[in-house]
Design a protein around this ligand. Structure first.
Ligand code: MG
Length: 157
């Protein structure tokens, strides 16, 4: 059986926060606001996995109302969500992602992000791809107010 999953997340960009993507801290004058550490890519990937497996969504597993998740390391949340999916018998065929942010350029960090996600999931980096896009100056992304991540995955069992 194969299953496709889709995840999306958006976080505001503010001064005084780290800009984290898939566990990689990217030098930037702004970072993601969030109840957790704000890693928008990790959050989108969690929802893609949970959706594909029909096992809920990030808000159900890690409710923002629960103080336990304040400033949580999103890569730990990702590992916990992936453990749940893997324990249900699923393995990852591939994961493809798009991150939209006006700046900084993400291409120099793509390799590190792929390796970081691959290590967290226990899969080869070749099973994961990440693309960076800008907002072409349009809307909240284009104005540098927000970062968006999309993730699609294929699971098999
Ligand atoms: Mg989020």
């Amino acid at each position: 059986m194969i299953r496709v999953g889709l995840g999306r997340d958006v976080h505001r960009l503010v001064e005084g926060r780290r800009f984290l993507l898939g566990g990689v801290a990217i030098p930037s004058d702004k970072g993601e606001m969030g109840h957790s550490d704000g890693d928008v890519l990790a959050h989108a990937v969690i929802d893609a996995f949970l959706g594909a497996a029909g096992l809920g969504d990030i808000g159900e597993l890690f409710p923002p109302s629960d103080p336990k998740w304040r400033d949580a390391d999103s890569m730990k949340l990702l590992k916990a969500a992936w453990d749940t999916v893997r324990d249900a018998g699923w393995r990852l065929s591939n994961l493809d992602c798009v991150v939209s942010a006006e700046k900084p350029k993400l291409l120099p960090y793509r390799g590190d992000i792929r390796v970081s996600l691959a290590q967290a999931l226990g899969v080869p980096p070749g099973a994961i791809f990440v693309k960076g896009k800008t907002g072409e100056g349009l809307g909240s992304i284009g104005e540098g107010l927000a970062v968006e991540a999309l993730a699609v995955c294929l699971l098999e069992r």
